[in-house]
Every structure is written in C-alpha cells, then in structure tokens.
Design a protein around this ligand. Structure first.
Ligand SMILES: [Zn+2]
Length: 235
C-alpha cells in the first residue's frame, strides 16, 4: 500500500510537471525547437501587442534584419490593432495566444475553443490572414488540448529556452538566462507584453534582445521564424 501510494504521488507530481513543462510530450506533441547544433534560433514574444515595448522591439529587430514570431493576446489585439498591424507589416509571424490568457489546464473544451476562436477573430480583424501557430498561456495543457487545437487548424508551439523575463531584475539577467542555454536550434520564450494588464514594462527584454542578436549573429547563427525552423526540420 505504502509503495502504491508513493508511486501514485510520484506519478501525480510528474503529470503536474508535464502539464507545464515546455518540452514534455505526455499530453501531445508540440514543436519546441531543432536538435542541438542547428545554426538557427527562433525568437518568440508572447503577451503583446503592448505599448511602447512592442514597437521598440520591432525597431531593434528591423535594425538587425531579424524575423521573429509574436504570440498575441486577442484582447490586446482588439485594444490596439494598429500595433498588431505594425508587427505584420514588418514581416513577422503572428500566432494565437488565446483571447484572455487563462491557464487552459482548468478550462473546459468549449472555453478553450472559445478562447482560441475569439483570439483568431481579433487578430484577423486587425491584420487579416496570419499564421496557424498557437501557444498555450504558460505552456499549460492537459490531455486533449493539443487535439482540440489541431481540430481548429492550429499548430501548438512550445519552447526550449526561456528568458525568465516576467519580472527580471535587469536586462543582463535575461541575457544571461538565454545565453547560458543557446547551442543552436532553440525556440526562445520572451515577452513583449504582460498578461495581467496592458502596458507592462518590457524595456529590459527589449534591451536584452538588442544585445543577444548581434552577439549570436557574429557567431554565425541565423534568427528565423518558428515556421521557417519547422520547415528545416521537415515538419
Ligand atoms: Zn503568455
């Protein structure tokens, strides 16, 4: 009995971990990067559009001729569609990050569907056609979510490096978190907005990105969209 109880507890903990772990595949497969050693890096920015940090970031990306992937929160795209338009105009990929950013683990199928469709509509109203990439808030999922996502014609995208830029003490901290992990083939999670409220200060993320890009470009890395990275994998 004791053995069983312990085994059960371990399994429950592991399942809990898997439901948030960005590279865990228990609850369905999702793209999260290339095998180590690729010369590609994909920067991804969640929780925008945001003001003024999204536009500042777009200027940095343009300066270095880098294409990135932005997972937008639908309600912010509704609030400030012109920023979403700017992201699209500069050639970046736009993906779906739900309408209100709930943790999907605790939502019913119909709520998940509604969140995704409302977000898609908000982005479509702002920029028209956009990518079919989807990222769950906090990477949270439960069995069945990715199936539902695919039924709606979307492709779930996770990540394998995080910049821990939710509330960083400095831009150097973010830079260090990312650079400690880069070996090539990474999908890097960063934020140009905040899920709690519009207007989150992401100046540290923008500053970190302005240093990370030239550093890795000078080492021969290529910054690409998630879609391009998936193409090189052949998926
Ligand atoms: Zn998010």
């Amino acid at each position: 009995m004791v053995g069983l109880a312990i085994a059960g507890a371990v399994a429950a903990t592991a399942a809990g971990y898997q439901s948030m772990a960005p590279t865990g595949q228990w609850f369905g497969r999702a793209f999260h990067g290339l095998p180590r050693g690729s010369k590609q890096i994909a920067l991804t920015f969640d929780d925008g559009p945001n003001d003024p940090h999204t536009l500042n970031l777009l200027d940095i990306l343009a300066k270095h001729h880098v294409i990135a992937t932005f997972f937008l929160i639908g309600r912010y795209a509704r609030q400030r569609p012109e920023i979403a338009v700017e992201i699209a105009k500069r050639g970046h990929l736009i993906g779906n990050h739900t309408f209100t950013h709930p943790l999907l683990i605790f939502q019913s199928d119909s709520r998940v569907r509604q969140e995704i469709l409302q977000c898609r509509e908000a982005i479509t109203d702002a920029v028209g056609e956009h990518s079919n990439l989807f990222r769950p808030p906090w990477g949270g999922r439960r069995p069945g979510i990715f199936g539902l996502v695919r039924q709606l014609g979307l492709e779930p995208i996770m990540w394998n490096v995080t910049g821990y830029d939710w509330n960083p003490p400095s831009s150097g901290y973010i830079e260090q978190k990312v650079s400690g992990k880069v070996r090539g083939g990474e999908v890097i999670l960063l934020h140009d907005g905040g899920h709690k409220a519009f207007g989150a200060d992401r100046s540290r993320t923008v500053a970190a990105v302005s240093r990370l890009i030239p550093r890795y470009k000078s080492e021969g890395y290529d910054f690409v969209s998630v879609r391009e990275m998936m193409r090189s994998q052949g998926s």
